[in-house]
Design a protein around this ligand. Structure first.
Ligand code: HEM
Length: 445
């Protein structure tokens, strides 16, 4: 990699990184992402370049983990650093759909974001509390006693049904069951780490091994179109409080509603962005609490008094085990970062994992210490599991609220005991990093 320093000492080009072939780096990223980040951090420090990740066009990824730099990236001019362009690859577009808020930039992104924000705003979102409680109760009633089972899977059922009801507005019944079945099959296919490796996608991609994936997605699309059509003609749509009904009623500045294809892609996006991430964060919380019985005791002691310790547990869990390891922006005009002039066509990856383990921000950073968040709320750009700036996660408040309800119910009503606890071993499901042992527990009879 040839660098040359410019006159003012800024290096024109990319920061150093591993010299192993891109396909090898891609495999490392798919199979052992956190270990790869740790190794690079040890060798290269807080900025380094990885190649061959995720995209088939071979664009380099520059990882950074210094909070001030992450703040500058998240709040930069959105035409200079674009989130949609960074994600708009052959991997994400067939999955989320071309109109997905995640893949848009500029005015188009702002329009969708404004249309989608109201249902996720503070008080509005709290109306989903009852639904979250009911779904958790329904699932809990069927949990086995004295027999190991994976809580992560259970959390996934809960968060999926919550999205299907709160966002799509399915009532319980056959339509919900059918949608759930197709979606679960599709998610299972998407979860393979192989999907993260560009050369595997190129050689076995759409038209080959992936065609069942496209067929299943088309079935889901068919039921979404039917749902949208039904809701558009529902005379009582104004009285409904699901997100889809609100999106159908929403109008942009020109008085235009969202089209069916936009609605379809945003529903898919909310489904994909919203359920596995939240379920995984809860699974990590359970693993960390069971591995630290003194913290679990402190939580149980505080639960009758409110959410203070519970909130600290959730913040600390998402610091130490963020479900999504990075958030990214495409460089569309050269930018200077930590002494490097980064060229157009580079992806800047804000390194969530490493930024949240900095000893200079979080003393004893590798330890699980919820107390650190009891008096001090997380610092905006040193605690970034939901990203930042105008692209910050739209569902962050929803996710935090859902986690509080489900974890409270779990620890108030049951006494889970750990089975094969491995709270430091990861496994990847698509872009989400979860605990390898999936929070396997037994409940006392
Ligand atoms: C623990 C759970 C969750 C985590 C860790 C998480 C994480 C993230 C991250 C890292 C981003 C990218 C932010 C950026 O680029 O700055 C994001 C974006 C997004 N998330 Fe979440 N998320 C979670 C839950 C949810 C939920 C429950 C929903 C909705 C139901 C949701 C909907 C979205 C949407 C729509 C975006 C795109 C925002 C945009 O591009 O403007 N997420 N999320």
């Amino acid at each position: 990699m040839g660098f040359h320093a410019s006159v003012n000492g800024v290096v024109d080009g990319l920061p150093p990184g591993p010299t192993r072939p891109p396909w090898f780096q891609a495999l490392g990223w798919a199979l052992r992402p956190t270990a790869l980040l740790r190794e690079c951090e040890r060798e290269f420090g807080e900025i380094f370049t990885l190649r061959g990740l995720v995209r088939t066009d071979g664009m380099p990824y520059v990882f950074v983990s210094r909070p001030e730099v992450i703040k500058a990236i998240a709040t930069a001019d959105r035409d200079v650093l674009r989130a949609g362009a960074a994600r708009g690859s052959d991997l994400f577009e067939p999955v989320f759909g071309p109109s997905s808020i995640l893949l848009l930039d500029g005015a188009k992104h702002l329009r969708q974001r404004k249309l989608m924000l109201p249902p996720f705003h503070g008080e509005r979102m709290k109306s989903y509390g009852e639904l979250i409680t009911t779904e958790t109760e329904r699932r809990m009633a069927a949990w086995p006693r004295d027999e190991p089972f994976a809580l992560q899977e259970e959390f996934q059922h809960i968060t999926l049904d919550v999205i299907l009801r709160a966002v799509f507005g399915f009532d319980t019944g056959p339509a919900l069951a059918e949608a759930r079945e197709h979606i679960q099959r599709w998610l299972h296919m998407l979860a393979s780490p192989a999907a993260m490796v560009p050369f595997i996608r190129e050689n076995f991609g759409p038209g080959r091994a992936w065609s069942p994936l496209a067929r299943t997605r088309d079935r889901i699309y068919a039921s979404l179109y039917a749902l949208i059509a039904e809701r558009r003609t529902d005379p009582h749509v104004d009285e409904r409080d699901d997100v889809l009904s609100m999106l159908i009623g929403a109008r942009d500045e020109n008085g235009e509603p969202m089209t069916d294809d936009e609605l379809r892609d945003e529903l898919m996006t909310l489904l994909l962005a919203g359920h596995e991430t939240t379920a995984t964060a809860m699974a990590w919380a359970v693993e960390l609490l069971l591995a630290h019985p003194d913290k679990l005791d402190a939580l149980r002691a505080d639960l009758p008094h409110g959410d203070e310790y519970l909130n600290a547990v959730i913040h600390e869990t998402m610091r130490l085990r963020p479900p999504i390891p990075l958030f990214d922006r495409m460089v569309c005009e050269p930018v200077e970062i930590l002494g490097y002039r980064i060229p157009v066509g580079t992806v800047l990856a804000c390194n969530i994992v490493s930024a949240q383990r900095r000893e200079d921000v979080y003393p004893r950073a590798l330890e699980f210490l919820p107390e650190r968040f009891l008096d001090d709320p997380p610092e905006t750009y040193a605690w970034i599991p939901f990203g930042g700036g105008v692209r910050r996660c739209l569902g962050a408040a929803f996710a935090m609220y859902e986690m509080r309800i489900v974890l409270r119910m779990l620890f108030e009503r049951t006494e889970p005991r750990a089975v094969d606890l491995q709270p430091s071993h990861y496994s990847r499901r698509a872009i989400v990093l979860g605990p390898r042992s999936q929070a396997r527990v037994t409940l006392a009879a």
